[in-house]
Design a protein around this ligand. Structure first.
Ligand code: NAP
Length: 241
């Protein structure tokens, strides 16, 4: 169903981003992969592997995002789906957090979503397309040492709900997903005892896999999800809020 649709995935050399890109490539969508310049070599070989094209840009920099979307339009002539996946953490309790650590997470995780969505919106509207952003369970319930990340991820939820009300009349859907703990670089360095505690409180008894997140994104990007908008869908193995 997504054959030949053009899909932009930000942060596409990370764990979840790669799984999303693979899923769309398998469905013969045209995949535009974004990440930052230092990842170029990895991104290049991954995009060759799955038959996509890559576009370097720091999502927190509006001008770079403008250039990226311009290049995507030149390459493919359209854009149907935007997946706002790029994100970082810089964890520290608020008492110790620097202004820079606060700002960097807000700039990439929240302003990055604004930048990409704002610039891509006219193209998405032209195709009655879909916008999907990756929030987090942490944006709904908070987490020790993550005031910056929790604020950014909660911001994505408000952004998604507000934008869905603005663009529904154009046939565009805007949704967010809220993953719990997924096996990627972002979670691999958690202390082993914390990992065990999380698993204990997760009804499914394990962390999620990037491929499971990709399946949900794929569904939301498909016509199967045509009447879903302004939603935040949890994918967390049942970990309570
Ligand atoms: P990841 O492996 O660290 O992937 C994130 C990707 O974003 C990396 O490739 C990273 O590049 C890229 N990135 C960082 N800053 C960027 C920027 N300014 N512009 C463009 N790309 C940038 O993490 P992940 O676990 O796959 O996370 C993907 C998304 O899921 C994030 O938004 C994250 O917050 C969210 N999430 C993850 C979990 C989880 O348990 N893993 C749970 C809830 C939500 P570098 O490699 O250079 O840093």
């Amino acid at each position: 169903m997504l054959k030949d649709k053009v899909v932009l995935i930000t942060g596409a050399s990370g764990g979840i981003g790669k799984a999303i890109a693979k899923k769309f490539a398998e469905a013969q969508a045209k995949v535009a992969l974004n990440d930052i310049a230092p990842t170029e070599e990895a991104l290049k070989s991954f995009s060759q592997e799955i038959g996509g094209k890559y576009f370097l840009a720091d999502v927190s920099k509006f001008e770079e995002v403008e250039k990226m979307v311009e290049n995507i339009q030149k390459e493919f002539g359209r854009l149907d789906v935007l997946v706002n996946n790029a994100g970082i953490t810089q964890d520290r309790t608020l008492a110790k957090m620097t202004k820079e650590e606060w700002q960097k997470v807000i700039d990439i995780d929240l302003t990055g979503v604004f930048n990409c969505t704002k610039v891509a919106l006219p193209l998405i509207i032209a195709n009655q397309g879909k916008i999907i952003s990756i929030s987090s369970l942490v944006g709904q319930r908070g987490n020790f040492g993550q005031t910056n990340y929790a604020a950014a991820k909660a911001g994505i939820i408000g952004f998604t709900k507000a934008l869905s009300k603005e663009v529904g009349r154009f046939g565009v859907t805007v949704n967010a997903i809220a993953p719990g703990f997924i096996e990627t670089r972002l979670t691999e360095n958690l202390p082993p005892e914390l990992k065990e505690t999380i698993k204990k409180f997760t009804p499914l008894g394990r962390f999620g896999k990037p491929e499971e997140v990709a399946s949900l994104i794929f569904f939301l990007a498909s016509e199967e999800a045509s009447f879903i908008t302004g939603a935040v869908i949890n994918i967390d193995g049942g970990l309570p809020l």
